[in-house]
Ligand binder design. Structure first.
Ligand code: ASP
Length: 349
């Protein structure tokens, strides 16, 4: 067996540009075993060093709980990748920490309008809901659209009536009100005013996205991907991002890979990010990491589109790529080993 020269490796790592480190996450931690489930909890410019280990742990714990829920679904005799994606995302939606479900951000009118989508890679079936205000778990509604309607995407009131008929959990809109998100809205609106006063035409860059997503692989070799979000703080009422758009925020194809995105949605829609990554894998034969980097580190970065993606193929190869400061992410291998990154790159427990 060849001996590994550690000092040479450390020197190499030190010389690596930051972008490369961000793109080579999976390899950096040693080759992971076969990954069966990967999730993200958003990306953005987050002051990692300033955040206490306690806060880091809170975010990490929710991601771990979500991964375990998804893993459990995969372990069940009839468990599918769709079950895993839904179970994972529901945990994140029920937490006020992430920008999905309970923790959704506010529109400029001070309301919460939620988007979600889900897709499976065997038959390319998909479902999505957008601009919903009373559905507790939009990812479950997205799945119901896929499985119980003739449509792919339902919006607003129509989606809510459908969810009610499907006996999904319906809540009062006030369920989504949290002080943290309210303060973020006020801060964003104040900044916008200040910018206007200064006559600056520069569009405001959002600091942290916080959307959630998951991609799973089941024992039948089927992939599924899903994404759920409150969108972007201070968005116009009625604005939809990439998260409910199949081919933009979410895509799955067993002949390529499953993808879930987070970031500045307008760019992800224009660049059809999730489908573009799948197409690079399918038609050009790129690995999931090469395809993710091609789109996130090259195309999106050049265009000024900030964000991140998670990708998984049917062999259990995982890729993450982000061009923002940091990205919340985690995955679980088939033997149940969990890998997590929140504010701090190293685990706090
Ligand atoms: N992509 C989402 C949107 O634009 C936001 C996010 O990822 O946090 O609505």
């Amino acid at each position: 067996m060849k001996r590994f020269d550690c000092s040479a490796l450390s020197a190499l790592v030190l010389m690596m540009p930051l972008a490369l480190l961000k793109a080579a996450d999976a390899a950096k931690d040693g080759r992971p075993g076969k990954v069966v489930l990967v999730l993200h909890g958003g990306a953005g410019d987050l002051p990692g060093q300033k955040v206490s280990t306690e806060v880091d742990k809170e975010y990490r714990d929710v991601m771990e709980k979500a991964l375990r829920a998804g893993y459990k679904a995969l372990q069940r005799e009839k468990g599918t990748s769709l079950d895993a994606v839904e179970a994972t995302i529901r945990v994140l939606e029920d937490s006020p920490l992430y920008n999905a479900g309970k923790g959704a951000v506010f529109t400029s009118e001070g309301r919460n309008e939620l988007d979600a989508s889900i897709m499976e890679g065997k038959q390319l079936r998909a479902g999505a809901v957008a601009g919903v205000t009373i559905i507790k778990n939009p990812i479950t509604a997205a799945r119901a659209v896929m499985e119980k309607s003739k449509h792919v995407l339902l919006t607003g009131r129509g989606a809510e009536i459908f969810a009610t008929h499907q006996h999904l959990d319906i809540v009062d809109p006030s369920y989504f009100w949290t002080l943290k998100r309210w303060n973020e809205l006020k801060e964003a609106q104040q900044k916008e005013k200040d910018e206007k006063r200064k006559g600056s035409a520069a569009p405001m860059r959002p600091r942290y996205f916080g959307t959630v997503g998951a991609v799973a692989l089941d024992r039948h070799g089927n992939l599924a991907a899903g994404t759920s979000t409150g969108g972007m703080t201070n968005k116009r009422p009625g604005r939809l991002g990439d998260s409910p758009i199949i081919g933009a925020g979410t895509y799955a194809d067993n002949e390529a890979c499953g993808v879930s995105c987070t970031g500045h949605g307008e760019f992800f829609i224009r660049y059809a990010v999730s489908h573009d990554i799948a197409a690079l894998v399918k038609y050009k034969g790129l690995s999931v990491q090469e395809a993710a980097d091609e789109v996130v580190q090259k195309k999106l970065k050049k265009a000024g589109g900030e964000g991140a993606v998670i990708v998984l193929d049917t062999k259990g190869n995982v890729a993450v790529s982000f061009n923002s400061e940091r990205m919340f992410r985690g995955w679980i291998t088939e033997d149940g080993k969990v890998h997590l990154v929140a504010f701090h790159e190293k685990p706090s427990k």
